[in-house]
Design a protein around this ligand. Structure first.
Ligand SMILES: Cc1ncc(C[n+]2csc(CCOP(=O)(O)OP(=O)(O)O)c2C)c(N)n1
Ligand SMILES: [Mg+2]
Length: 381
């Protein structure tokens, strides 16, 4: 496999689309030629919106780790390092499109306007899904790896049925797309393959968005796949792109095109965003057990926040005033969130969980609930 060095510290596939250097200069990769115009035409408003989203999310991401350490959250899944990939993806969507996330899409959830405390309540175990999916066109976080890729594909297929016979103009104005988010590790799940075959067969308007952060907990990417993931698309019969996922304008331009393709009824697209999980897998993980400090430091130079800031300064003359303002906002958001989460009442008791598994009664769950009641009464203690 031929590779190119990237500002993220990776050896990216030579087909990878990248526009920005680590310090924010326009320095396209060979494969980026067809995207340079679109990427550089992205206005400062969208780049600033992406930066703001990334900065605010990174700040509450840190709060997530802190609150878990203080016993306020059961778990937290940091998104640090993956912000540009997610910001590029979420800003490529219309509100009417649907997002099917994993458990790490905090930038996307916030980009959709989901209140921070709803995201945190999920990790507190205080609620079931966290938010009303229909209110935000975003499914709840999904921990069962790859399951949401099937859900997204099924949903997209349903939308394809509704959109059958639509004119191109109507598709442009009203057409809806689903985006299936998953990780490099999840890419090896059987269901993900089934989803891709199905989506190809029925031209489902779904964008498969894989954030290759090079680790699936402690399993490195080399073990997941012998080929870059974007290449798999060819085998299913649709287009696949590799993009430098730590480059916000490259990711935005590639996602814009992928979403447009699906929206026009031309079927699915696979986008592999190369990024890096700068933090731990979750707060229950210790990455020093399986990766080196040198590796982490090499990737630190590709930090998407640093690149986005450099690009805003160089290309659009953004100054300290903007970046300071965003930081103040971020601190305020974090403080408000903290106040809402610390010692927040649980809205669902442990006992309630049994009644919320199925819409109607189920004999196995009822038996488990009875056992739980006996245990609580001390019979089995
Ligand atoms: C079906 C299933 N198998 C195993 C797990 C345990 N598990 C949780 S996260 C994870 C690694 C996922 O890696 P990746 O898909 O690369 O996503 P990332 O966490 O890196 O974003 C594993 C194995 C799970 N949640 N679901
Ligand atoms: Mg991963």
């Amino acid at each position: 496999m031929s590779t190119i060095s990237s500002p993220t510290g990776h050896q990216l596939p030579e087909e990878a689309i990248g526009i920005l250097s680590a310090d924010g200069f326009i320095d396209p990769t060979d494969a980026a030629q067809a995207f340079v115009e679109d990427a550089t035409a992205i206005g400062h408003e969208r780049v600033a919106e992406m930066y703001r989203l990334m900065a605010h999310t990174r700040r509450i991401d840190q709060e997530g780790v802190n609150l878990q350490r203080q016993g306020q959250l059961v778990l937290w899944t940091p998104s640090i390092g993956q912000e540009a990939a997610q910001a590029g993806a979420v800003t490529a969507l219309e509100d009417r499109d649907w997002i099917f996330p994993t458990y790490r899409e905090h930038v996307m959830a916030r980009g959709r306007g989901i209140p921070n405390e709803n995201i945190f309540d999920f990790f507190r175990g205080a609620v079931h899904g966290g938010w009303d999916p229909n209110a935000y066109n975003m499914q709840p976080y999904t921990v069962v790896l790859g399951a949401q890729v099937l859900h997204a594909t099924g949903y997209a297929w349903g939308m394809a049925q509704q959109q059958r016979g639509w004119t191109d103009a109507r598709r442009r104005d009203e057409g809806r797309v689903a985006i299936a988010c998953f990780g490099d590790g999840a890419s090896t799940q059987g269901g993900v393959h089934e989803a891709m075959v199905f989506a190809a067969s029925f031209d489902a308007p779904v964008v498969f968005f894989v954030q290759n952060n090079y680790w699936a907990i402690s399993t490195p990417f080399e073990v997941q796949s012998k080929v870059p993931l974007f290449k798999r698309a060819q085998g299913y019969g649709f287009d696949g792109f590799a993009v430098d996922g730590n480059d916000p304008i490259a990711t935005a331009a590639v996602m814009d095109r992928a979403v447009e393709h699906a929206r026009r009824g031309k079927g699915p697209v696979l986008v592999e965003a190369h990024t890096y999980r700068m933090g731990a897998h979750t707060t229950a993980d210790d990455p020093t057990k399986y990766r080196t400090k040198e590796e982490e430091q090499a990737h630190a130079q590709g930090d998407p926040m640093v690149r986005t800031e450099a690009y805003l300064r160089r290309r659009f003359d953004y100054t300290d005033a903007f970046f300071n303002e965003v930081q103040v906002e971020a601190d305020e958001i974090a403080a408000t969130l903290r106040d809402k989460i610390v010692d927040a009442p649980d809205t669902v008791s442990l006992r309630d969980q049994f009644d919320l598994v199925y819409a109607e009664g189920h004999s196995l769950v009822e038996a488990q609930a009875a056992e739980f009641d006996r245990w609580m009464e001390g019979e089995d203690a």
